[in-house]
Design a binder for this molecule. Structure first.
Ligand code: XMP
Length: 310
């Protein structure tokens, strides 16, 4: 497929589907939802309302950065503060699928409310091909795949979902994103999962534990991104271990550093990160995040592991 030349058809299809109605774009700042938002903005102009849900599970400074980038493109993005709702829904949930369902239900109820308040009838979403393949294949519960698994979003949540890039894999999405004028920072952005840092906190997803993994993520990104991995991030385990800090034994957190190479996220292998880079990451994490006493680098490919931890 000629991805670049598919842009006008994608815009036309959004126009045909939505007509003169209003639509909302569920923007997260990832390449998928960013490409969709620009496509939809071109199709619908003022009839598109772009919303960034701040679920409290994003990386450091992400909501404001995304708002700024789209503002520079002439697309106004409203930030909806919903962290409390997401943390309340996730509270006490340990099972990965229960967490994903809690995230998905909260996501839809927050957006459903926004859609109703705005008078929009359509929700533009950046679902892509692997999301559909893995959800229908039972590998995981995605937050954005209701129709493919037989749930009717209009009956359950009160709006229709439009998925303008659901036929594409990541490389195709990047071409489309560049073709619609998004900056490199977005079209080459690492994938970041819909449920955000919740996929990287094993066990209880509390604001404190998310803050810890967020700080570790800043360090991993600062030290590894020059290697241009497909994805690199930190994970907080629920197990704890003994370490030594200031000459005293201390029972503390374990952080996993995960960096993978992949084409489309269907398979992946660990990045060959130089030893000195790994050492620096480990040293920074235990120094800058005192709750952490151990850092490990993960080597497992996908399969049998997945890229994320829930
Ligand atoms: P896994 O962990 O299944 O991830 O190997 C494969 C790719 O998908 C991303 N991912 C998600 N993206 N919503 C998303 O939009 C999700 O719920 C989700 N879960 C995982 C993950 O970051 C990787 O790129």
């Amino acid at each position: 497929m000629d991805f670049k030349n598919s842009v006008p058809d994608r815009i036309q299809e959004i126009k045909n589907t939505v007509g003169e109605e209003k639509a909302i774009s569920a923007l997260s700042g990832g390449v998928d939802s960013s490409a969709c938002t620009v496509l939809a903005h071109r199709a619908l102009g003022e009839n598109l309302k772009s919303i960034f849900i701040d679920d409290g599970l994003m990386r450091e400074g992400e909501p404001q950065e995304v708002q700024q980038i789209f503002g520079d493109l002439g697309i106004k993005v409203d930030i909806v503060e919903a962290a409390d709702e997401f943390f309340a829904a996730l509270a006490g949930k340990i099972d990965p699928e229960e967490k994903r369902r809690a995230f998905r239900d909260t996501f839809y109820s927050v957006f459903g409310r926004e859609v109703k308040n705005s008078g929009a009838r359509y929700l533009i979403q950046g679902t892509i091909a692997p999301d559909i393949i893995e959800t229908t294949g039972g590998v995981k519960t995605q937050h954005n795949i209701l129709e493919q698994i037989g749930i009717d979003p209009e009956a359950g949540y009160g709006y229709k979902v439009v998925e303008p890039i659901k036929d594409l894999f990541k490389p195709g999405v990047r071409v489309v994103a560049e073709a619609v004028g998004l900056p490199e920072e977005i079209h080459q952005r690492m994938p970041f999962p819909g449920p955000g840092l919740a996929t990287r906190v094993v066990g209880d997803v509390t604001p404190e534990r998310v803050a810890r993994v967020r700080r570790a993520t800043v360090i991993v990104e600062e030290e590894i991104l020059h290697l241009k991995p497909f994805q690199a991030f930190a994970v907080l385990l629920s197990d704890m271990a003994t370490g030594v800090q200031d000459g005293k034994r201390k029972f503390g957190d374990i952080v996993i550093v995960r960096s993978v190479e992949s084409k489309d996220a269907m398979t992946a292998e660990a990045t060959h990160v130089p030893w000195d880079v790994l050492n620096k990451i480990a040293a920074r994490i235990v120094t800058e995040i005192p709750e952490v006493v151990r850092v490990a680098y993960e080597l497992t490919p996908k399969p049998p592991a997945t890229i994320e931890y829930i």
